[in-house]
Design a protein around this ligand. Structure first.
Ligand code: AMP
Length: 190
């Protein structure tokens, strides 16, 4: 199996979370989801959570400074040595640059950026549906959905151009059943 230092990438609603759970089992690596970490902090009403809430509720990114510090702390722990699945990070070019620096300091190289590709219209439809099912505050309002999509386009998508020259982006067609999409992802690690 090729390397297990993995970033899972894609627009909101691409099914990253669903695929991450399956992929971390396949790879037997820790799943590090910045969205989950923020939600946990929001639930526990920590200082970090109060900051995160302000941004995530309106569909904006939590400031890089805060997010990078949180991820740096997590990646420095011993359980990362056998690989990791980063889900929802990086989401901006400064975050991608910071990740390279953190990994270089740890003597680790990123092996794959698994990019789950889904067209805009499909993303909108999925987010609206998820709002109904999960009742997530950041999915509930069409304006917030629009903000999250714009944030993705303007801040997150440029990460792909950052990574392409490193030949580590694996583009996955994100249309299909959960198992079909996972089948495509599995091929990256075959
Ligand atoms: P997610 O569950 O990955 O969609 O994340 C939910 C929300 O948490 C996002 O809309 C952002 O407000 C925030 N968030 C998650 N990951 C990041 C990140 N890497 N940088 C900044 N904000 C993030």
């Amino acid at each position: 199996m090729s390397g297990k230092n993995v970033v899972l990438f894609g627009p909101p609603g691409a099914g990253k979370g669903t695929q991450a759970v399956k992929l971390k089992d396949l790879l037997s690596v820790p799943h590090v989801s910045t969205g989950d970490m923020f939600r946990e902090n929001i639930k526990n009403n920590t200082e970090l959570g109060r900051t995160a809430k302000e941004y995530s509720n309106s569909g904006r990114l939590v400031p890089d400074e805060v997010t990078i510090a949180m991820v740096k702390d997590r990646l420095g722990r011993d359980d990362m040595k056998g690989g990791f699945l980063l889900d929802g990070f990086p989401r901006s070019v400064p975050q991608a640059e910071a990740l390279d620096k953190i990994l270089a300091e740890l003597g680790i190289k990123l092996n794959h950026v698994v990019n789950i590709a889904v067209a805009d219209d499909e993303v909108k439809a999925r987010l609206a549906k998820r709002a109904e099912i999960e009742g997530r505050a950041d999915d509930a309002d069409p304006k917030v959905i629009e903000n999250r999509l714009n944030t993705y386009k303007n801040q997150s998508e440029p990460c792909l151009s950052y990574y392409r020259p490193q030949n580590i982006v694996r583009d996955i067609d994100g249309i299909g059943s959960i198992d079909e999409i996972f089948g495509r992802i599995q091929k990256v690690f075959a």
